[in-house]
Design a protein around this ligand. Structure first.
Ligand code: G3I
Length: 377
């Protein structure tokens, strides 16, 4: 679909005043847009730019958002991979200890298959989004069987249809002061630290084709805390691989913050090289850039957010072990950040590559440019 930027859409995107728009002819608007982000909405879809380099580009989405046709159209046009934001979490899958509800996951898988997208699962083991019955039902005596049967049942159902699974999600927390850096959370307390090995082995047995991922957050900055976490991550990965545990990749959640400058620095780059050196793949699994601490002006904010996307993706995609870039949503109309990191001035947040009207923002151009700059895999 080739659609020239109109003056109205450009202004809507940049929040510039009408007066500025009146000074620009259509070509001037397009030139100005190119200046702002380097691309306009008539650009090649992100999935095509990714494909040319042997990469996947996709998004998290939920069924109730995909019934918004304008949103679904952009997802279909831009993405060749999808991950359900909620439907494959325990909270959605497990209405009771003895029952499963696959309706949301099945619907989203069907949507992905219908539009020739790959599909990834999130998340088999997480300490959050657990069903209400969990705390009163799970015990040290039944936890291992509960986890094993959950993974076997869920992964077997979608065997052969999954590009990858987030088997483990957010299992590290150095501030819990364990020698292995693991988060003290229900799965660790009930099933012991070997829950991680058990989960990977169960998932691999149920679907030998799926890429199995350990997904983590807050790894992306060169800070003391992040470096601590990266070292614990490497320590755990080395131990698992030494025991021939089928861990195939790590997930960098990549929930970035526009007001944090030292993203993707030398320590982070060293970490990526070490992970790659272990023979593991890397996925950017939940990319977005929170702008809640930035000035309100859309032009200023969008450019700052785009600069973070550029800085981060140009660094990460230089590492050939990186095989996928997944944004945690595609449009500012639907982002978890609206509720999680609202702006104190009440203005809408703008963390993603498309705005609430499904028009590309400067972040879209930055992602597109980084995909075009990336070395081929
Ligand atoms: O749909 C219900 C609604 O009916 C109800 O009125 C409302 C208030 O209770 O809750 C709504 O469900 C919420 C759901 O998001 C849909 O908005 C859940 O309470 C809320 O817990 C859920 O939050 C999700 C969160 O994971 C927990 O599952 C976020 O959307 C989702 O973006 C977030 O994603 C996580 C990744 O899985 C892991 N990495 C961090 C990332 C962001 O927190």
């Amino acid at each position: 679909m080739t659609e020239l930027f109109t003056r109205r859409k450009f202004l809507a995107n940049t929040g510039a005043s009408a007066g500025a728009g009146l000074l620009l002819g259509a070509s001037g608007v397009k030139a100005a847009m190119m200046a702002v982000g380097g691309r306009d909405s008539s650009g090649t879809p992100l999935k095509s730019l990714a494909e040319r380099k042997g990469l996947l580009y996709g998004t998290a989405a939920t069924e109730h958002k995909l019934t918004d046709q304008a949103y679904a159209d952009v997802v279909i046009r831009e993405c060749d991979l999808m991950v359900p934001e909620l439907a494959l979490k325990w909270e959605a899958l497990r209405p009771s200890p003895s029952t499963y509800d696959f309706s949301g996951a099945d619907w989203t898988l069907h949507f992905a298959q219908q539009h020739k997208m790959q599909f990834r699962g999130h998340a088999l083991v997480w300490h959050l989004a657990l069903p209400k019955w969990f705390n009163s039902y799970a015990t040290p005596q039944n936890a291992k069987e509960l986890l094993q049967s959950h993974i076997t049942t869920v992964v077997s159902r979608y065997a052969g249809k999954m590009e990858s699974w987030d088997v483990i999600n957010e299992a590290l927390l150095p501030s819990d002061k364990r020698p292995d850096g693991l988060r003290i959370q229900p799965w660790l307390q009930l099933a012991g630290p070997d829950y991680i090995e058990m989960a990977f082995r169960a998932a691999n047995a149920a679907d030998p084709k799926a890429l199995l991922v350990w997904n983590e957050n807050w790894l992306e900055e060169d800070t003391v805390g992040a470096e601590h976490k990266r070292q614990y991550f490497l320590q755990n990965l080395k131990r698992l691989l030494s025991r021939s545990v089928p861990v195939h990749a790590i997930g960098l959640q990549s929930h970035l913050k526009a007001d944090h400058p030292n993203i993707a620095g030398p320590q982070f780059q060293q970490f990526l090289s070490q992970v790659s050196g272990m023979g593991l793949k890397i996925l950017v699994t939940e990319l977005d850039v929170a702008d809640d601490k930035l000035p309100n002006d859309f032009t200023t904010r969008d450019q700052a957010v785009a600069n973070v996307y550029s800085q981060y993706l140009n660094t990460v995609l230089a590492q050939k072990a990186v095989v996928a870039v997944i944004t945690w949503g595609l449009s500012n109309k639907y982002t978890w950040i609206t509720n999680q990191n609202p702006r104190s001035d009440g203005a809408p947040v703008r963390p993603l590559p498309f705005d609430e009207n499904m028009e590309p923002t400067a972040a879209y151009s930055a992602i597109a440019q980084a995909l075009e700059n990336a070395p081929s895999r």
